[in-house]
Design a protein around this ligand. Structure first.
Ligand code: FES
Length: 106
């Protein structure tokens, strides 16, 4: 299990264990963490699973893929550390990861 901390826009933190192989988005949805809508269910087709990766973790998480890059055009307030959480696969190396949710997914 990799421990992941999701921080809502209002500052509320949720730390949960997520099984390697699942996505960061699935980790949130399965644990009923608010702030990630994931309307398309992880197909990289909605941009409602937008998160900000804490700067310390950007290297371990890696960069965006091409499809993700184009979907992020539909998200609000995209920053350098923006990712679509359905495109981040959880591994043991991400144990301790911290992501923050945007104010809104729409
Ligand atoms: S869940 Fe739709 S793009 Fe990630």
């Amino acid at each position: 299990m990799a421990k992941i901390t999701y921080i809502e826009f209002n500052g509320t933190e949720h730390t949960v264990g997520v099984k390697p192989g699942m996505s960061v988005m699935e980790g949130a949805v399965r644990n009923n963490i608010p702030g990630i809508d994931a309307d398309c269910g992880g197909a990289c087709a909605c941009a409602t699973c937008h998160v900000y990766v804490e700067p310390d973790w950007q290297g371990a998480v890696g960069g965006r893929n091409d499809m993700e890059e184009s979907m992020l055009d539909f998200a609000e307030n995209v920053k350098d550390n923006s990712r679509l959480s359905c495109q981040i696969k959880v591994t043991e190396a991400l144990d301790g990861l911290v992501v923050r949710m945007p104010e809104s997914q729409h």
